[in-house]
Design a protein around this ligand. Structure first.
Ligand code: ADP
Length: 561
């Protein structure tokens, strides 16, 4: 009877949650007391009443005790795992380890076998990152519905035996946890899970994620640095090597790693770079602005580009092997040399003989038609000569070969005019000059300046119709001389004006289509004037004419005499 009562009481307790066991027990004891007092008057069996009381109390205490122990254990386990997850994150900040630890924590907390974690990528898509061994990647699709709802709701969602909860860091969802639970979650479990997904795991995963991204970027940067096809060397503010890359080591044939903490100079010295080049580099670093130098080393040519690192006090050096370019340049120079000598000499001969023929020297009598042919030959040789001169002058300028002297301007202008006398005459141009009787000298490369001015006058004649006007003016302004060539020619359309100083740019209209030109004349003139600290410009109106100007500073007083 007493045993039956104990079993009955245990069954009643099992129907309710353990927290209800205590009030139930009191209720049952109360009922028992009422029944017992009725029975006691009947037969007064106090011992039986005591046994009945025990039968009611003991199962309740046993249930409460065991549940409490379980709960304490679960919490202890959860806390232990959380703290170990935190420790792992703290100590190593490794994302995968942190995720694995978080997975274990959730699985232990819920007693669930199926747990998975997703992380949100930069594009906002959830990427599965960790799942328990009991799950296969294909099983993860089962969580799709609950995941979507929890993500939308921004909180824990429980449906059909699955739960999903967002992991938030600073209010931002950084991922999701999902698990298959056999039973519905009780409030304590929910609370623990929320704590786990929110404050603890998300925080640590967030940090690990950040670290992971930074780490990846660092690795990417280091790989780019190490494997860049250009040689790279990083220096500190005292020009000591911080690191160098493989291409740099190959170029210098030295291991930059062995020179970390030592000066760049010592690395270059060990690489066999000659003293002069090293001194040149040391000087260049003094200005603390980006610079470029050429370096010949072991039969190859390198371009050294050095730039200071902003806010770091260091430098980065890029070593580019420009040997192939230099070789191409060499070939080009050789070709131009051929053009200057091998082409120029025969051309002069052709022109000479054509001149002789046109003058009837050598005994030949030319018919009027023959004379036309010879004139065409002579005009052709003139054009060819101009092209050769343009190319050679451009090359001379590129090579930076300018020889500065103090120059008397009026004879230079005369030379410019003389060069074009024939053209002015042939084309029947009304040519006028306006110049002062005397003018202060300028400083510069005489032949180059004559060439630049000559190009402007040549163009004015070339791009003016027969019978048009060309005026050459020279003005002595307070700060500089001003050379002007004004024509009443075809002019330049506004849309083309911005590009006429570019190399190889020729602008042609129906009217000017047959005029020969290389497109080098103005670019050459500009390069010459720029290198003299002067100014070149123009005004032009299509169909009306153009005026080109050159302004050049006077020679400094002490050099003028
Ligand atoms: P090009 O060999 O074609 O003359 P330039 O560099 O000397 O090359 O001039 C570039 C272009 O500028 C020419 O093609 C021409 O269209 C235009 N140009 C230069 N000078 C004049 C001018 N005085 N009148 C009209 N157009 C000009």
């Amino acid at each position: 009877m007493i045993v039956a009562l104990a079993v009955l009481a245990a069954l009643v307790y099992a129907l309710f949650r353990w927290v209800w066991a205590l009030p139930l027990m009191v209720l049952l004891l109360g009922l028992g007391f009422l029944v017992a007092s009725a029975l006691m008057t009947a037969n007064g069996q106090i011992t039986n009443i005591l046994y009945a009381g025990l039968a009611i109390t003991l199962p309740a205490l046993a249930r409460i005790g065991s549940e409490l122990i379980q709960e304490i254990r679960r919490r202890q386990r959860g806390d232990l795992i959380i703290s170990s997850a935190v420790t792992v994150a703290d100590q190593r900040l490794q994302l995968d380890k942190t995720l694995a630890q978080a997975l274990k924590s959730v699985s232990a907390l819920l007693g669930a076998e199926h747990v998975a974690i997703w992380l949100q990528d930069a594009g906002g898509t959830l990427q599965p990152r960790q799942h328990s061994a009991a799950l296969r990647p294909t099983d993860l699709g089962a969580f799709d519905g609950v995941l979507a709802r929890a993500r939308q709701a921004g909180k824990l969602v429980e449906e059909k035996g699955n739960i999903a909860i967002p992991m938030k860091q600073g209010g931002e969802v950084i991922g999701m946890i999902a698990a298959a639970t056999r039973q519905s979650l009780n409030p304590e479990m929910r609370q623990s899970l929320e704590r786990l997904a929110g404050d603890v795991v998300a925080g640590e995963i967030g940090n690990a994620l950040l670290y992971d991204r930074m780490h990846r970027q660092k690795v990417l940067l280091e790989m780019t640095f190490d494997h860049s096809p250009a040689g790279l060397i990083e220096l500190d503010g005292n020009l000591r090597i911080v690191r160098g890359n493989l291409a740099g080591d190959r170029a210098l044939m030295a291991q930059s790693n062995d020179f970390v903490g030592l000066s760049l100079d010592s690395l270059l010295n060990a690489a066999g770079v000659e003293e002069g080049a090293r001194i040149n580099l040391r000087e260049a670093f003094k200005n603390e602005v980006a610079f470029r130098r050429e370096l010949s080393h072991q039969g190859r040519t390198y371009e050294i580009d050095a730039a200071p690192l902003p806010n770091q006090g260091g430098w980065v050096i890029v070593l580019s092997d420009v040997s192939t370019l230099m070789q191409l340049n060499e070939v080009r120079t050789r070709l131009l040399r051929i053009a200057s000598h091998d082409l120029k000499n025969p051309l002069t001969r052709v022109r000479g003989y054509a001149d002789l023929m046109s003058e009837g020297i050598g005994g030949s009598t030319l018919t009027p038609k023959d004379k036309d042919y010879v004139r065409a030959i002579i005009s052709g040789t003139h054009s060819m000569q101009r092209i050769i001169d343009d190319i050679l002058n451009t090359e001379r300028l590129r090579a930076g070969k300018l020889e500065f002297t103090t120059l008397d301007v009026l004879p230079m202008i005369q030379e410019v005019i003389d060069r074009h006398q024939d053209d002015i005459h042939d084309k029947v141009i009304n040519f006028n000059t306006e110049q002062p009787a005397s003018i202060s000298p300028i400083r510069g490369d005489g032949p180059q300046l004559i060439q630049a001015m000559s190009n402007l006058l040549g163009n004015a004649i070339k791009y003016t119709r027969e019978g048009g006007n060309v005026t050459l003016r020279l003005k002595a302004l307070p700060e500089h001389i001003r050379f002007e060539v004004e024509d009443t020619g075809y002019g330049i359309a506004a849309k083309d004006q911005h590009r006429i100083f570019s190399e190889f740019t020729t602008v042609r209209t129906k009217e000017t289509l047959s005029i020969p030109g290389t497109g080098l004349g103005l670019s050459l003139a500009k390069a010459v004037i720029d290198s003299h600290g002067g100014k070149i410009s123009f005004t032009s109106e299509e169909g009306k004419g153009s005026t080109f100007f050159i302004e050049l500073p006077y020679a400094p007083q002490e050099q003028a005499g």
